[in-house]
Design a protein around this ligand. Structure first.
Ligand SMILES: Cc1cc2nc3c(=O)[nH]c(=O)nc-3n(C[C@H](O)[C@H](O)[C@H](O)COP(=O)(O)OP(=O)(O)OC[C@H]3O[C@@H](n4cnc5c(N)ncnc54)[C@H](O)[C@@H]3O)c2cc1C
Length: 482
């Protein structure tokens, strides 16, 4: 940009500030299901959203796992405000009890939503946000900080830089693009980077586009969340179809109750069924379970194969590795904003006790809204998968409730922002705890830990039992997706 253009742009920005932040739009970072739902709720409230999506289409993250069948049905996958906007244009919702794939979620719901005249002009595709700050107020500056609008820097698909100003920001950028490594300490395993050509992160399309890569090969899947389970099931099916295909499963804990899930007790039956199918594959030997197996080192063997060693002293030789150890939020774009995040989960601090998998082994999460998601830089909110940091238990329905509440707060309707409007299924799954081997009895999800490490009685704000049939109707019951 020439200096003359830059100066003019600066003057325009300054003018926008003078006109008052209220004239500026509310920026939504990420055009996934939650970002688009946020836009629908803002529009319903008479507010002006602008959605910035890094990918060339909406919801590029869900398209990346497009081959995966979701474990929640359309009943839980549609946002109310988005749905009513769509229905005003003659759209018909898919059957409430059908289970879409990721691709169908995008094709049947999110793409039609993004194409509506109300949204199309407010959506910028191919626009990756690279930084969020207060205009002219570095992170250290207190004076007048809250009067300053947010400045969002972005890069378009041709590498051009730009910026927009916003009166508020909802960060709904997910975490799909930021997978955790195989190494059990959270750092890449020794040799993991060098073995990159034999490693896939997330959920490869094993029965579709990627089947040639895994057929007649030995594959080790690392992880025990929803993505690992789905990958193991697909590999088990590939092994049935293609002789010579071998499947190994590295789970950090020998207690697999949580991975196998609630079975028939799970009120998201698809999710319950997945765990039970995996249990059968292990029991019949179609999947060889290595547990406990905490990946420490990956070394090349003969012909490019990989020898994977664990901290427990075991080793396995395989041709391919699929790493499904969870996701992390990309916090780099928030470096210049004031944040208050939990040091372990990297989610908003207030949210952490509600979603911490160390405490909530059953994945039970109390509904929560704008207050729990707001950051110290007033007007900045985390939402959707990004708001869960490293916790693996996010559900779309929870995200839709989050953005309903945030839009209400931004519209000044504090009462509606505080109200809980969430109705999710319950499960009886509450049967294992995540803790380091040998750490002794830890807190259960029903008796949250004190900072000192002991158990304490639930306080007034958390008097909701999370286990068994007493769980309240308005509590979200979630399953791991990492
Ligand atoms: C395999 C899998 C299966 C799942 N199944 C279910 C299920 O059955 N039911 C359920 O309720 N939940 C499920 N989930 C969990 C969750 O609901 C989904 O991950 C959901 O897509 C999260 O929505 P989101 O909008 O928060 O984030 P995402 O869907 O991740 O969308 C974020 C968007 O932000 C964009 N973006 C990222 N960074 C930037 C940036 N810097 N600037 C601009 N844009 C950016 C991305 O391109 C993406 O389009 C599943 C998750 C996975 C991974």
């Amino acid at each position: 940009m020439s200096s003359c253009c830059a100066a003019r742009r600066h003057l325009e920005d300054a003018e926008a500030v003078r006109q008052g932040a209220s004239l500026l739009p509310i920026a939504v970072v990420g055009g996934g299901p939650v970002g688009l739902a946020a836009a629908a709720h803002l529009l319903e409230r008479g507010l002006e959203p602008i959605v910035l999506e890094a990918g060339p289409t909406v919801s590029t993250a869900a398209l990346a796992w497009g081959h995966v069948r979701m474990f929640s049905s359309w009943r839980y996958n549609l946002d109310r405000a988005a749905r009513s906007l769509l229905e005003r244009h003659g759209w018909t919702a898919p059957g409430a009890e059908e289970f879409p794939s990721g691709r169908e979620l995008v094709g049947r719901y999110l793409e039609p939503l993004a194409a509506l005249p109300e949204l199309a002009g407010r959506l910028r595709l191919g626009t990756r946000v690279t930084g969020i700050a207060r205009l002219g107020a570095g992170k250290l500056r207190d004076a007048g900080r809250e009067a300053q609008p947010f400045e969002l820097r972005f890069e378009d698909s041709e590498g051009r830089q730009g910026r927009i100003l916003a009166r508020a920001v909802i960060v709904a950028s997910g975490s799909w693009g930021n997978p955790s490594p195989a190494g059990s300490s959270g750092l890449p395993a020794m040799g993991e980077r060098e073995a990159a050509d034999r490693i896939r992160y997330g959920m490869p399309d094993i029965l579709g586009a990627d089947h040639g890569r895994y057929g007649r090969r030995r594959t080790l899947v690392v992880g025990s969340g929803h993505s690992a389970i789905g990958t193991l099931l697909d590999l088990g099916e590939l092994a049935r179809r293609v002789p010579g295909t071998a499947v190994f499963w590295a789970a950090r804990s020998a207690d697999l109750t949580r991975a196998y899930g609630g079975g028939a007790a799970d009120q998201l039956p698809e999710r319950g069924a997945l765990g039970q199918r995996l249990r059968r594959l292990v029991e019949t030997g179609a999947v060889e379970l290595l547990a406990p197996f905490s990946v420490d080192e990956i070394r090349r063997g003969n012909g490019g194969s990989l020898t994977v060693r664990s901290i427990e002293g075991r080793a396995v030789e395989v041709d391919e590795l699929v790493v499904a150890t969870g996701l992390r939020p990309e916090l780099g774009i928030l470096r210049e904003a004031r944040l208050d995040l939990d040091p372990a989960l990297e989610c908003p601090r207030m949210l952490a006790p509600l979603i911490d998998p160390n405490l909530h082994s059953c994945g039970t999460v109390r509904p929560h809204g704008a207050e729990a998601l707001a950051q110290p830089d007033a007007g900045l909110f985390m939402a959707g998968m990004a708001s869960y940091g490293r916790a693996p238990t996010f559900l779309l329905a929870t995200g839709y409730e989050q953005v309903r509440s945030i839009a209400a707060l931004l519209a000044g309707d504090v009462e509606a922002a505080r109200r809980v409007e969430l109705d999710l299924p319950q499960t009886g799954v509450c049967n294992s705890e995540r803790r380091l081997p040998g750490a002794g009895a830890g807190p259960s999800c029903c008796t949250p830990a004190t900072p000192e490490g002991g158990n304490r009685e639930p306080g007034p704000a958390e008097d909701l039992p999370c286990c068994g049939s007493a769980a309240r109707r308005d509590m979200a019951q979630l399953g791991p997706v990492g």
